[in-house]
Structure formats: structure tokens, C-alpha cells
Design a protein around this ligand. Structure first.
Ligand SMILES: C[S@@+](CC[C@H](N)C(=O)[O-])C[C@H]1O[C@@H](n2cnc3c(N)ncnc32)[C@H](O)[C@@H]1O
Length: 205
């Protein structure tokens, strides 16, 4: 799916995105993983594909947040959240595969539940690494193909149809994609029957 199609999907989804996803995040434990991972964000933070700003409540108030996303409607929701939280977040329409920031701009670069949607996920992760300072860190909370055989096969069966409908590829392999992007993985944990991945990394080996 091309970026324009993905943008269009999220333009339609934006107003109802939060309430639809909240229940799933609670059941899967993604909400707790999000909170625990984002405590580790420091300094100048880039939240790529920030969507409606679901990460915003969990950043330390010392962080300076920049969020980018393809979808203006998702960013509108993120702006509302930032105002409600009293966050001075800088929110921009931008494609994660073509970030306009200079190299080594951010202390922390975050991607949550979005590697499933990028048209070229390896390129996107390489861009995240490029804009991260060499002593900075990449924090990823992603979902992918379960390592439980039955569940993984079920995801394979539905993946294409679901992607056409939602823009989300449910059977991607976030760890393999991060490895292919050449980042240095310092920690990796799976949960929720192997579907959720928490990946901490440095920008290059
Ligand atoms: C499933 S939502 C996740 C949003 C948010 N990160 C979260 O944790 O709730 C995926 C988001 O990725 C954005 N997105 C997809 N491809 C993108 C790209 N190439 N560049 C920027 N944003 C993108 C979509 O517009 C959407 O807001």
C-alpha cells in the first residue's frame, strides 16, 4: 500500500481511533508496555507516526516532544491531547521514510504500533536511526506475527485482507525488520502470545 492510501485510511479512522484501540491495548497489555518503555525516553524526543498522541501521557515532563505523522486528522487529535496534557509538542505532517530533520538531531526516537503500516519498514527504521544521536536510543513498541505456530498461521491467512481494509500488516516481523535496518538491538522482549515486541536499540552497530 502506498503512503497516500495509508494517509487516507487514517484520515477516516482518526476521530474513532482512540476508543477503538483502547480496549485492545488494555487486553493485550500494550498500554502497560507503552508506559514502561516511554519512561526511558529522554531529552529531544521524536515520536514517528505519532498518530493521536497515545504516547504523550507517558513522556517525562523534561522531554521536548516532536511528533510526525502522515495524517493531518491523526495529528489534530494529537494536538488536542497535547493541549489537554499541557505539553508543548511540536507536531508536523511528515513521512517517516523521508524525515526532513538533520542527522543526529534527537536523543530518543520512538515508534509505536506503526512498523505494521510503513510501506517500506526497513527504510523507515533506517531513517529513525539516521536522525538519532549516536549515543541516543531507539524505542519501539510494535506488533507482528506470533511465534506460536497456530496463531502465526492464522495471522498469515488474514493478513492481506486485513491490510487492504486497515493499512496494517499483522504478520510482519518487527525484530527481523529492525535487524535488517542495521540498528544495534540492546534489548528485545515479546509478550501477548509473541505478538507484541518491545525493542530498545542504538542507532548503529
Ligand atoms: C496504528 S497507528 C499508531 C499511532 C501511534 N504511534 C500509536 O501508538 O497509537 C499508525 C500511524 O502511523 C501513521 N503512518 C503510517 N505510515 C506512515 C509514514 N510513512 N510516515 C508517517 N506516519 C505514518 C499513520 O498515519 C497512523 O497515524
Amino acid at each position: 500500500m502506498k503512503s497516500e492510501e495509508i494517509r487516507q485510511k487514517y484520515e477516516e479512522t482518526a476521530p474513532s481511533y482512540d476508543w477503538k484501540i483502547a480496549v485492545l491495548e488494555k487486553i493485550s497489555g500494550a498500554d502497560r508496555l507503552r508506559r514502561d518503555l516511554l519512561k526511558k525516553a529522554t531529552g529531544d524526543v521524536l515520536d514517528v507516526a505519532c498518530g493521536t498522541g497515545r504516547n504523550f501521557p507517558w513522556y517525562s515532563r523534561d522531554c521536548r516532544i516532536t511528533g510526525v505523522d502522515l495524517s493531518p486528522a491523526m495529528l489534530d487529535q494529537a494536538r488536542i491531547k497535547a493541549v489537554d496534557l499541557g505539553l508543548d509538542a511540536h507536531l508536523l505532517g511528515m513521512d517517516v521514510e523521508h524525515l526532513t530533520f538533520p542527522s543526529h538531531s534527537f536523543d530518543t526516537v520512538v515508534s509505536s504500533l506503526a512498523v505494521c503500516t510503513y510501506p517500506h519498514p526497513v527504510e523507515a527504521i533506517k531513517e529513525m536511526a539516521r536522525v538519532c544521536k549516536s549515543d541516543g536510543r531507539l524505542l519501539l513498541l510494535e506488533h507482528g506475527r506470533s511465534d506460536r505456530p497456530m496463531l502465526g498461521h492464522l495471522q498469515d491467512f488474514f493478513a492481506e485482507r486485513f491490510a487492504k481494509h486497515s493499512g496494517c500488516h499483522m504478520n510482519r516481523e518487527p525484530l527481523e525488520l529492525a535487524q535488517a535496518a542495521g540498528i544495534e538491538i540492546t534489548s528485545h522482549r515479546r509478550s501477548c502470545s509473541g505478538i507484541l515486541h518491545v525493542i530498545e536499540a542504538k542507532p548503529s552497530k
